[in-house]
Write a protein that binds this ligand. Structure first.
Ligand SMILES: Nc1ncnc2c1ncn2[C@@H]1O[C@H](COP(=O)(O)OP(=O)(O)OP(=O)(O)O)[C@@H](O)[C@H]1O
Length: 302
């Protein structure tokens, strides 16, 4: 399946919230929909799920206007929506039936997913008796019990500790390998960059970057080198690279990270350093982190 988000605009009381949002998602690839608080992620996902109608633009699935009710969709809404005082298994079945699930299949799926998130023991408990993170896992289970083909998760990592974040990552990877179409939003970029194939960055209602993450990283890393050198400091490096024009140099715990926008051939940079007498000890390509890419891309608007 291929979902095309095409030129979506949305305003609330004349305030433009989404400004021409476009991106594509395919089954079998994890799409991380990323942006800061208030960027417009939830608004986009709500419009996709038909919570309200966008002012302009369309959501197209395999060439047809997408209507969530026509497909098996799992949705973790931002407001979550489960009942604190109700028994967990009972309401998981209730939500599954609302989406047309068969009772016996739902019961099997509920057992499978509760076991998967290590919460089988809480099946008969009220939701409010669980910790915040465990409630979050139950909400995620809610979005999966009807074995959806399309999974839309709004901030699924929020409130999860590192161990549970790993459990959720594994679940998303499993959904992807089952060829589901998965979109999840997050502002925690470090969580998602390890396993996301595709990313879309939204900032102040506008798409600032979308595409294959490793291609984006390679592209953005083109002019960057990680290097260490004997008896050299930042000023010496800057002097040695001055003929390339603008140069950004920063130091982390182990080495210098050099960004030379004017030269993307590492051999040329290496040659110049040696010519200028820099004793290079290590020299390798540097791939920027997703956080770095985001800050650079949306920096002026932050
Ligand atoms: N129903 C509404 N009426 C008016 N403004 C709204 C409404 N829903 C969202 N907004 C505004 O739209 C903007 C985007 O909000 P949205 O919830 O989509 O951001 P987000 O990227 O999901 O943020 P977060 O990471 O904090 O959840 C915010 O400025 C918010 O105040």
């Amino acid at each position: 399946m291929k979902l095309e988000v095409k030129n979506i605009h949305k305003s609330f009381s004349d305030v433009k919230i989404l400004k021409d949002i476009s991106f594509e998602v395919e089954s079998g690839k994890a799409m991380g929909f990323l942006g800061r608080n208030g960027a417009g992620k939830t608004t986009t996902l709500r419009a996709l799920m038909g919570v309200f109608r966008q002012n302009q633009g369309e959501f197209i699935l395999d060439g047809k206007i997408f209507r969530p009710e026509d497909y098996k969709v799992g949705y973790l809404p931002e407001e979550r929506g489960m009942y604190p005082k109700e028994e967990i298994a009972h309401q998981l079945e209730y939500f599954g039936k609302l989406r047309g699930g068969d009772k016996n299949e739902l019961r099997r799926n509920i057992d499978y997913w509760l076991d998967r998130v290590d919460l089988s023991a809480y099946k008969k408990k009220k939701l409010e008796t669980l910790s915040k993170g465990n409630q979050q896992k139950i909400q995620i289970v809610q979005s999966l019990v009807n074995n959806p083909d399309i999974v839309i998760l709004d901030e699924p990592f929020s409130g999860l500790d590192p161990v549970n974040s790993m459990v959720l990552k594994d679940i998303i990877v499993e959904l992807i390998s089952d060829n589901k179409l998965v979109i999840f939003s997050s502002h925690q970029m470090s969580y998602v960059e390890e396993f996301c194939d595709e990313i879309t960055l939204i900032n102040q209602g506008e798409i600032v970057l979308t595409g294959n993450l490793s291609r984006i990283k390679t592209e953005r890393g083109k002019n960057r080198i990680r290097l260490s050198a004997a008896k050299s400091d930042e000023n010496m490096l800057r002097k040695a690279l001055s003929s390339f024009g603008e140069t950004h140099i920063r130091e982390d715990k182990t080495s210098y990270i050099v960004h030379v926008p004017g030269e993307d051939n590492p051999s040329v940079i290496m040659k110049r350093l040696l010519e200028e007498g820099v004793e290079v000890r290590s020299f390798s390509p540097y791939l920027p982190s997703l956080t770095e890419i985001f800050v650079e891309t949306a920096g002026d608007k932050l």
